[in-house]
Design a protein around this ligand. Sequence first.
Ligand code: BTN
Length: 266
Amino acid sequence: MSELLKHVEAVWQSVVPTLPGFTVEVLPSIDSTNSELMRRARNGLMEPVLLVAEEQTAGRGRLGKGWHSRRGQSLTFSLALPMAPASWSGLSLAVGVSLANSLHADVRLKWPNDLWLHERKLGGILVETASQGEAPPGARMVVVGIGLNVARPDAEAVAGLGGTPSALPAMAPAGLAEILVGATCGEVLAQVAPALARDLQAFENQGFAAFAQRFAQRDALQGRGVQLSDGTRGTACGVDDDGALQVLTEHGMRHVTSSEVSVRPC
Ligand code: BTN
């Protein structure tokens, strides 16, 4: 039996009381858990579902990049549920806060979607929404995809899985094994998924305001020099009420939204 399967019953038991109709699925292989749940949403599926894959053959990251993971060494899953928040601003930051809180005090959040451990990337978040289906008025199906390195991946293995040199991270990624020694993908799933479901519901009711303070406590860029992908340099000054990154540049404070640019410390 897959190690992941041992943990899905506990996850389901914990989530279903607050998310009626919730189901959990574990697949040995799929192109991408996000792609699959987006396909289902576009075909009208509006039931909450957690889809976990032992292997993704075409994992997707933000900004059109790929996401490479290894069977048994990375946790890859997506959680889809219908949501109708007053504002969607800051949702991916709230997801990061939820994961960091569930994982470890050392986990930091690198705006907008990265989980960092000791200055290296530990995981990523890909949030997508679909409006099709029989959603209640104002509701959309949100698909929250999470990729977490459980074992510490090595750059060569990532390259061997089809990454081009330009797609490779500059520094070797981190793995949860560095702080949660011996933790399995199933154990990590059980540690993060129920809280994530609860936090998405909290976001729907209270918005980013319920997460802003905790984001600030984990903000990896706070006070650091940053360079935006459009070349602008400045100092990161936290996020505003909508979750936009505030960057103090020579021309004043700029509010950067995640769809505009990427950002890296410099
Ligand atoms: C990023 O850092 O760019 C986001 C990475 C998100 C990866 C996860 S793995 C599970 C889900 N399925 C995907 O294809 N992507 C997300």
